[in-house]
Design a protein around this ligand. Structure first.
Ligand code: NAP
Length: 337
């Protein structure tokens, strides 16, 4: 079997750390692994597969030595590194939003649109961590009948904003219990014992950037520019795991049994729906799991052709690192490298 050289840019981050553990879990066909982060971390030791690796700078030599460059840092870093990596002959798989809406860059959830990889030109983007599970569910249910409208409200964990945001929640929790001063630098307000209906900056439309990402990315991935979709994104004081309340209106009536059947046979989706036993998805049962968990499936009492559901998903795994690794696996399987 072919083995591949791989670099992780952002190896010390919330996603980077999970990325390395999933590489090991899935036995990715690795030849050489090279790790990078910011200048602050140069020389830092990271153990992978019982071997010590050291954080090194991102050089052209490193980029040209690699088959895949996973970039999980920030849009600014991606804007610099992804085109360089592609030019030097490697494939950049990018976690940031920098290229997601670029027409020449595939935005991929392998269970939904791996075909889009066929057109790649050296850069592939992964979606926002809330978009990915939503598109997986809409893709399966959209096979039953055309979807006309989607309304989604998210409940997003702090790890979606990076390792610093997790630290901020921990620190604020301690400060609350100790009755000491609360420091807030990453979130716009105190997140401990609170929910914040703002993720990222506001746009002129009144939606936040995060909400517009969900809206636009969903349309691109599903190849449905005409889809009516609205989102409200909310940060909640949970460490890992994003949840979503999803209201879907179809062109025709869908019975709940068909929706169950479609979702229970779908790759990457697990149904957890037994209201008699109070079983439904929550961040505490999706953390460290690969699948998107779906439950609370029911007919929408306010619409003739509507259904409502609830989902939870580990944002660091399927919402980021796992999806990126599955993209690389698809590229290898399709012999696009
Ligand atoms: N968190 C999620 O759920 C999620 C989901 C989907 C996509 N994403 C995207 O994934 C990316 C990383 O997110 P994260 O949550 O892992 O953030 P994070 O925890 O803040 O980690 C950021 C990483 O980027 C590195 N970095 C910073 N500046 C750099 C530079 N100039 N050159 C190279 N590396 C640099 C940091 O290194 P140091 O440790 O040295 O500072 C760190 O390893 C973001 O673009 C984010 O939008 C995140």
């Amino acid at each position: 079997m072919d083995r591949f050289n791989l670099a992780v840019i952002g190896a010390t981050g919330a996603v980077g750390e999970i990325f390395l553990s999933i590489l090991e879990e899935r036995n990715f066909p690795l030849n050489k692994l090279r790790l990078c982060a910011s200048e602050r971390s140069l020389g830092k030791k990271i153990k992978f597969a019982n071997e010590d690796h050291y954080i090194e700078p991102v050089t052209n030599e490193l980029l040209s030595d690699c088959d895949f460059v996973f970039i999980s840092a920030s849009s600014e870093v991606s804007l610099d590194i992804a085109p360089r990596a592609a030019k030097l002959g490697s494939i950049a798989i990018d976690d940031s939003s920098a290229f997601r809406m670029n027409k020449t860059v595939p935005l991929v959830v392998p269970e939904v649109n791996s075909k889009d990889l066929d057109q790649h030109k050296g850069i592939v983007s992964i979606p926002n961590c809330s978009t990915t599970p939503l598109t997986m569910v809409l893709h399966e249910l959209g096979k039953l009948a055309k979807i006309n409208r989607v309304i989604v409200d998210t409940f997003q964990s702090v790890s979606g904003a990076g390792a610093g945001a997790v630290f901020e929640l921990d620190s604020q929790n301690h400060a609350m219990y100790e009755n000491s001063e609360i420091q807030t630098s990453i979130h716009p307000h105190r997140i401990a014992f609170n929910v914040i209906p703002q993720i990222d900056d506001f746009t002129e439309s009144g939606y936040t950037n995060e909400e517009m990402k969900m809206i636009n990315e969903t349309k691109k991935i599903l190849h449905r520019p005409d889809l009516n979709i609205s989102a409200t994104c909310v940060r909640v004081p949970v460490k890992i795991g994003h949840s979503e309340a999803v209201h879907i209106e179809f062109e025709q009536n869908i019975d709940i049994e068909s929706a169950y059947s479609a979702l229970s046979n779908a790759p990457g989706i697990t149904l957890l729906d037994d209201t008699e036993k109070n079983h439904y998805p929550m961040p505490i049962n999706c953390e460290h799991k690969d699948d998107v968990m779906v439950g609370r499936l029911r007919k929408d009492v306010s619409l003739p052709n509507g259904i409502v559901l609830w989902l939870s998903c580990d944002n660091l795994r399927k919402g980021a690192a796992l999806n990126a690794i599955q993209i690389a696996e698809s590229i290898i399987e399709k012999r696009l490298i």
